[in-house]
Design a binder for this molecule. Structure first.
Ligand code: 5RP
Length: 224
């Protein structure tokens, strides 16, 4: 069986050149990108990575990929990341792995953003996948209530142990469920108005190239 994540993840390394600053996303698809970049670094490629999560930082360090924090970088040449859903307008949902805030900050600082996905992530309308909101723990119940009063159902993300999931930034995640995001821009406008929501997982104008691994073994490169 074809590993769609692996073929897409590895293909993205073709956009990485010597001397580049490279944003390193989070998740099980970009995992393969980072593994391959590790091999390339061991063979002499000179890059500096900017990690979007502690998980990615650990993986990159193990592989010997030099890293710098976002604060020490002016511009990132290219960022490679995964996504949970992407529509035909190159808008997506991210944050299934809880790293949406750092991922969006790194995407914003990047000259080019590449998403690596399996073909099941390409959808007509966003919303089958829950939309994560990173919220300040102080008053998260108020946010949940306010959304509910508006008919928006959310679930507080928990770990498998039952404990509340905390992001790398010490915040909680409310996942919006049972919604269809036909007008993602309007949702963006609505969500950023609510105090305590630090970030949402709608990425509306970031991605430039989608690398899609298919069950057939084909890799489709979709450019904006
Ligand atoms: C993490 C993310 C991931 O990129 C997204 O969840 C996709 O992950 P995977 O490649 O494991 O399906 O946004 O916050």
């Amino acid at each position: 069986m074809v590993n769609q994540k692996k073929i897409a993840g590895e293909k993205a390394c073709e956009w990485v050149e010597d001397g580049m600053i490279v944003g390193l996303g989070t998740g099980s698809t970009v995992y393969y990108t980072i593994e391959k970049l590790g091999e390339m670094v061991q063979k002499g490629l000179n890059i500096t990575g900017v990690a979007t999560s502690l998980e990615t930082e650990r993986q990159a360090k193990t592989l010997g990929i030099p890293l710098k924090p976002l604060n020490e970088i002016v511009k990132i040449d290219v960022t490679i990341d995964g996504a949970d859903e992407i529509n035909q307008d190159f808008q997506g949902i991210k944050g299934g792995g809880g790293a949406l805030l750092r991922e969006k900050m790194v995407a914003q600082a990047s000259g080019r953003n590449i998403w690596v996905v399996g073909e099941e992530k390409l959808v007509r309308t966003l919303g089958k996948f829950p939309l994560p909101l990173e919220v300040i723990p102080f008053g998260w119940k108020q946010i949940k209530r306010e959304l509910e009063n508006d008919g928006i159902e959310t679930i507080l993300r928990k770990q498998s142990s039952g404990e509340i999931y905390e992001t790398n930034n010490g915040n909680y995640i409310l996942d919006i469920v049972n919604q269809t995001f036909t007008d993602p821009k309007a949702w963006h406008e609505k969500l950023i108005e609510i105090p305590g929501i630090i970030e949402h997982g709608l990425f509306l104008h970031y991605v430039d190239i989608i690398i899609c691994g298919k069950a057939s073994g084909e890799i489709e490169v979709i450019k904006k």
